[in-house]
Ligand binder design. Sequence first.
Ligand SMILES: [Zn+2]
Length: 126
Amino acid sequence: MERFLDALSRGVFAIARCRSCSLTIWPPNPLCRRCLSSDVEWVEMNPSINEIKGRAIVVADSHLRDARFALIELENGIRLLGRIIDEDGYSVGVGSQVMMVGCGVDDEGSKPYYLFKSLSAYTSNT
Ligand SMILES: [Zn+2]
């Protein structure tokens, strides 16, 4: 987990993968939950370089924080809660294709956050 948060604090999304059985380990853990091997490698994915894509499964607005959040399933099967930062507001719905455009940890350095944009909005701007 420290390794994961360290990468996040640099804006890098790191995924643990078991070298013994190739399982993608999520949530991050230094021990494989399938074969209990501790031979784990960390694969770093930089949102500004890699295209970390996924699909919104559940979408919800937070009126407290004036933001939209979504449960997102990435192409590798990882599910995480991301914040939607489309400029035009609420263009991401259930089933929308999204792309991670940033990640990090909060000021206290303990809570991960992930920022996503609608993939179609993203490509139409380029
Ligand atoms: Zn394993």
